[in-house]
Design a protein around this ligand. Sequence first.
Ligand code: HAM
Length: 423
Amino acid sequence: MKYHRPRGTQDIVPPNVYTWRYVEGVFDSTFLRFGYQPLRTPIFESTDLFLRSVGEATDIVSKEMYTFLDRGGRSLTLRPENTAAVIRAYLDGGMHRVAGISRLSYIGPMFRYDRPQAGRYRQFHQVGVEAIGNLSAMLDIEVIEVVMTALSELGFEGLNVKLNSVGCPVCREDYTTVLGEALEKHMERLCDDCKVRARINPLRVFDCKRDSEVKKELPSISDHLCDECSSHFAIVRSLLRAVGRSFELDPQLVRGLDYYTKTTFEILHGSLGAQNALCGGGRYDNLVEQCGGPSTPAVGFSAGLERIISVLPAGVDQERSLIPRIDFYVACADEDSAERALKAANVLRTFGNVEVDASMRTLKTQLKHAEKTRARVTVIVGADSPHRLRWKDMDERSQVEVEDDGLRSFADEHSKHGNEGMA
Ligand code: HAM
């Protein structure tokens, strides 16, 4: 083999692709049920968008972006996440001028130059929603309910929702001072990266995968919330209890992106190992303004499809029944019959899925292959019968001859009956 897929990427091949489509479909229909409209944004954006929104001191921006200059000398970046892009599109498209809440959903590939391992890829896929335009804690609950509803439809049970509040710039100012002082005391024990983080953006020390012992001894943001953030967090907790959603407080859950304010959450799965977050999200009340729009609060989540699919509960992965069945297999016995076979296939496509055997192998081999595909009907076209096709019902093991010209009405009559059991 001369070429391989780039490190950290995956080919999603049949039949696995049907599992993907199924999972994407469950999210898609859940998004619609909650009133979220699908949005598609470009795969690359101007680099500056991510520097400003995700934050220069984050691992995503400082280590993981695929950034390049285009031929016009513009710095562009393959999107490492989609929230910033959704907000850019929201403003670009003038959605902020429409009163009320914009509920947007998305699905698509994201790119991060991270060290590949189980559950961590360089190209991965996220589904997510963003609810833009209101401060109400009801929306924080709504986005958690969106993802939990989809996951529960996929068969997940007993998932762990981790919850925290990272406050707002007002409470963060005091907290950053307190945290900075605490970090000073532990400077010796910090890794080299965290020594830098402690100076530039101390909150990012909590993203460190190594300094877990030091982190336990640091003050928590949730103990330093201002009155407004504290009251919002209390309402979120009480509404979550009211809707029967269990959660666990995690004072260290600051999330690896700078735009968050107030609520942050993650949904973890026990058997995922180190990369155990199926989903992450939270409120980001200042991002729209930071991107040049009016002050507009927002909240959302994104979930990683690779991780969800890797731990789909047993029995929910209905791959086999998800694979669309071939309804008609057209066997072409000889080259002289090619034209008739193609015409027959075109007629049959009105009634179902058609696979044409273009191999010119012996008829016996073609019929064997038709069995393998689990085709419902095999239509045999051959020069030995120049105006008639053989219609072989593979389930009933019966065969009749049909005039080429009569194929449409015959198929019409017989497909209605045959389609009843089809997926
Ligand atoms: P995030 O936590 O960076 O948040 O990513 C969300 C999810 O994407 C993770 O929980 C994980 O399932 C998946 N994910 C992230 N990185 C990788 C990777 N390298 N390989 C495989 N899966 C990965 C965000 O991206 C925010 N935009 C979420 C958000 C939306 N906040 C508000 N709205």
